[in-house]
Design a protein around this ligand. Structure first.
Ligand SMILES: [Mn+2]
Length: 404
């Protein structure tokens, strides 16, 4: 059985207020084509399907159309788990309808019923080929009950142990199931959406820690797991010394920094899960970052060759002289070129107070401003989720109001 691992689609994402709809549609089209030509039987999506908990209608439409078309492209099994950007209830609302077309959705866990999240994936003849422990992003409250007056170190360790414990529970269930099925040779695979130790961030991921310590130790994944399909980090990467633990990364870059590395999805056969093939995802739009004084900015802008889609540019002015009309100057250079400057930040020194001013307006999305505000407030994990969801709701109303 051919398996494909991807994650972090972030459908509905905005880059400096620009919709990514075209890039996401092209990616999903490319993925469908890959699924068809490679005869993929099982698709694993390891969280952050949507960029936020209340995805816009076009993002939902793209998602459902893709799922509906997967089956007609030969992929009979899809497993989707929630990430930290997804709202478990949004993901799970259509879960029974999706089950009818062999799409399994796990937005959040139910600690009482781990068996719900163990999926026996069968081939077209009805023979089990692989067992999947479908584990989504685990919120602290899912795996840990705080004790009154305890130190933060103990709490963090408790959360890490709780996370490891959930992987252990699901893996034990899978091992038992495999014995019952009398199929000892079929692999057990797990998904996850967390920050694992020793891995590299690329900047656009919202900070997310397992407790306060930050990272989940890779050797805490049970040894019976033949492959661990992770999401959250946007750079494709393999865990050091543990090639079975991998991040596929985001297929469409969520920031200009992310555009610097190649985007990938991973593929392997259930009979050889240690033989993984990385497939490069094409860049559906060129993102260029330019940093320098005005002459550097001008020449680099002019050097950008035309492409099928307008190249988006992020400009950082680092010249010595203060240019109050920087934006206008850059825009007039860019106007006849096949580029669109999404942001132009002036990093020139502006006197004794320096230039270290937080970017505003077009540089930050409302979500980013709100995230920064939340970081300053000393909120519990549960309160953060509640406040974020309330904010998303208000934001959606405002945006819908703007559209109508
Ligand atoms: Mn993500």
């Amino acid at each position: 059985m051919k398996i494909l691992h991807t994650s972090d689609w972030h459908l509905g994402h905005l880059l400096y207020q620009q919709k990514r709809e075209d890039e996401h549609r092209e990616f999903l089209e490319w993925l469908l084509n890959l699924i068809k030509t490679e005869q993929v039987d099982l698709l694993l999506v390891a969280g952050d399907i949507f960029d936020n908990g209340l995805p816009s209608n076009y993002a939902l439409e793209m998602y459902y159309s893709f799922l509906a078309r997967c089956g007609t492209h030969g992929c009979g099994n899809i497993i989707i788990v929630g990430g930290n950007h997804d709202s478990p209830s949004t993901l799970q609302a259509p879960k029974h309808v999706l089950k009818a077309i062999n799409v399994t959705v796990v937005g959040a866990i139910n600690a009482e019923h781990p068996e719900n999240d163990l999926i026996v994936v069968k081939d077209t003849d009805g023979i089990p080929q692989v067992l999947v422990c479908a584990i989504p992003y685990l919120r602290d409250r899912d795996v840990y009950f705080p004790k009154p007056g305890e130190q933060s170190d103990a709490r963090s360790q408790g959360i890490i142990d709780g996370t490891a414990g959930w992987y252990r529970r699901l893996t034990d269930l899978a091992v038992t199931r495999r014995t019952e099925l009398n199929l000892p040779e079929i692999p057990i695979i797990a998904t996850g959406h967390l920050f694992a130790q020793g891995m590299a961030k690329s900047g656009a991921e919202r900070d997310m820690y397992v407790g306060d310590l930050g990272c989940f130790p890779i050797d805490a994944f049970p040894s019976e797991l033949a492959y661990v399909a992770l999401g959250h980090l946007h750079r494709p990467q393999i865990a050091p010394k543990h090639a079975r633990v991998r991040y596929s990364g985001s297929p469409v870059p969520c920031s200009f920094d992310e555009a610097a590395h190649t985007k990938q999805v991973f593929m392997f056969d259930s009979t050889a899960p240690d033989n993984v093939r990385a497939v490069d995802v094409p860049a559906f739009r060129r993102l260029v970052k330019i940093s320098g004084d005005l002459s550097v900015i001008e020449s680099e802008l002019r050097n950008i060759s035309p492409a099928d889609t307008t190249t988006w540019v992020e400009v950082f002015y680092t010249g010595k002289t203060l240019l109050p009309d920087l934006q206008d100057q850059v825009n007039s250079v860019a106007a006849p070129l096949p580029v669109q400057v999404l942001t132009c930040r002036n990093l020139a020194p502006i006197g004794p107070t320096g230039s270290d001013v937080a970017p505003l307006q077009n540089d930050l999305s409302p979500e980013q401003v709100f995230d920064q505000r939340i970081e300053q407030a000393n909120l519990t994990d549960d309160d953060q989720i509640m406040v974020r969801e309330a904010f998303q709701e208000i934001l959606l109303q405002v945006r819908q109001g703007e559209q109508s």
